[in-house]
Design a protein around this ligand. Structure first.
Ligand SMILES: Nc1ncnc2c1ncn2[C@@H]1O[C@H](COP(=O)(O)OP(=O)(O)OP(=O)(O)O)[C@@H](O)[C@H]1O
Ligand SMILES: [Mg+2]
Length: 388
């Protein structure tokens, strides 16, 4: 990044000199770069202002009464709040020991009086540019730290969620190992069933994490084809028939017998709808209804919108949870009502997939009165053959 006279209005240089005319001269010279200036006429004032406004550069006179420039510099370097502000000394002499003392105190450069405009400008320019670079690196460091923290959290949660099913698998495998000959076939089949369910649970957590990762990195390839949506939805509903029966939940699919052909990636659309249906079942109490609707809305000459709606009679979403709904691993009030799995990754994947398909998702809910999740995916007109 280059210092640019149009862009430096937020960069501040603190000028410290007990001679007012010097402050004026330097202030005028700095106008070339559009830098903001602050001034201090003694060392104490300089320390106070530096701490308060955190300038990007300090031009510091060495020879000042009471607290001289070298002492001010040392104090600034000792204070973590001001220690990284670059300091250029202003010195009347070019005596070697003065210059060495300046560098030892923590200065980055020096300028001799009387000032040459070009010299002052080029030194200020160099150090402001360095400061800008340093700020960029510091920011990048911060976001890297944030990223590492997030990845660590993710690892901890994933490891925690994988541990339970793994323990089930190990436990049942041990039973089989110890008592193979004593167990009747039906018990072996039951154990195999739990091992499979646990394995599938682990597999799903891992694929969810990989999917989310690819989606966040924009590395998902969508396989866009023309397919019939309502049949796909009926298939997902069938998959959950046992879970629904257990909780006496009835799914009403309004457009079951109509056809809606859409152009999208059927696997990803299936993942999206699967999660929404599983959520509606998972968070609803027993003996409730779920209503699903699909339709094509005409938007403009060349775009239609596919709209999917799923409404349940569950707890709804607490107002304070609304913002966290689509955030991975966020802790929300609602918990599964029949001991179902909950990794809290589903909706974040759903949102990301829909966004990558050019669509969007939102939730409407009166807390205590169920929730409706709605998503839309735009469709080029030639791709949507069936209207509502
Ligand atoms: N239909 C719903 N009714 C009430 N709360 C819901 C509903 N759908 C989602 N939630 C809340 O939002 C949270 C996040 O949903 P999400 O689908 O991301 O996670 P999950 O279903 O708990 O786990 P996963 O989908 O990864 O198995 C849920 O844990 C639940 O608290
Ligand atoms: Mg879910």
């Amino acid at each position: 990044m280059k210092i640019d006279s149009q862009q430096n209005t937020d960069r501040i240089v603190l000028i410290v000199d007990d001679q007012v005319e010097n402050l004026q001269i330097i202030g005028n010279i700095l106008k070339v770069y559009n830098l903001k200036k602050a001034i201090a006429t003694n060392g104490f004032e300089a320390l106070e202002i530096a701490q308060k406004i955190k300038p990007d550069l300090i031009l510091l006179d060495i020879m000042m009464p009471e607290l001289d420039g070298l002492q001010v510099c040392k104090k600034l370097k000792e204070n973590p709040k001001t220690s990284d502000i670059p300091i250029i000394f202003l010195t009347a002499k070019t005596q070697e020991e003065d210059i060495v003392a300046g560098f030892e105190a923590g200065g980055v450069d020096y300028i001799t009086k009387p000032f040459k405009t070009s010299e002052l400008l080029s030194r200020v320019k160099t150090h402001i540019e360095l400061k800008i670079q340093k700020d960029i690196v510091a920011k990048q460091n911060e976001s890297l730290k944030e990223l590492i923290k997030e990845k660590n959290e993710l690892m901890a949660i994933a490891a925690h969620d994988l541990k339970n099913p793994l323990q089930v698998i190990i436990g049942f495998a041990k039973i089989l190992e110890d008592r193979t000959n004593l167990l009747p076939d039906n018990e072996i089949a039951e154990i195999a069933h739990y091992i499979r369910i646990s394995g599938e649970g682990m597999y799903r957590i891992i694929t969810d994490l990989l999917d989310l990762n690819s989606a966040e990195e924009n590395q998902i390839e969508f396989n866009i084809v023309l397919f019939e949506l309502n049949e796909l939805i009926s298939g997902i509903i069938d998959k959950y028939s046992v879970a629904c029966k257990e909780k006496n939940i009835k799914i009403h699919f309004e457009h079951k017998n109509k056809q809606i052909h859409i152009q999208a990636d059927p696997t990803r659309v299936m993942q999206v709808i699967d999660n929404l249906i599983s959520n509606a079942i998972k968070f609803s109490p027993f003996d409730k209804n779920i209503y699903i609707k699909t339709r094509i809305i005409e938007r403009n000459e060349d775009t239609n919108i596919l709209r999917f709606e799923i409404k349940d009679e569950g707890p709804g979403i607490a107002p304070e949870d609304m913002d966290k709904l689509f955030i991975k691993f966020a802790k929300l009030k609602n918990r599964p009502t029949n001991n179902e799995n909950s990794t809290r990754l589903g909706l974040s994947i759903v949102k990301k997939f829909l966004e990558l398909m050019g669509g969007k998702i939102w939730c409407e809910s009166n807390y205590g009165n169920g929730a409706t999740f709605i998503f839309e995916i735009p469709q080029k007109i030639s791709n949507t053959k069936d209207r509502d």
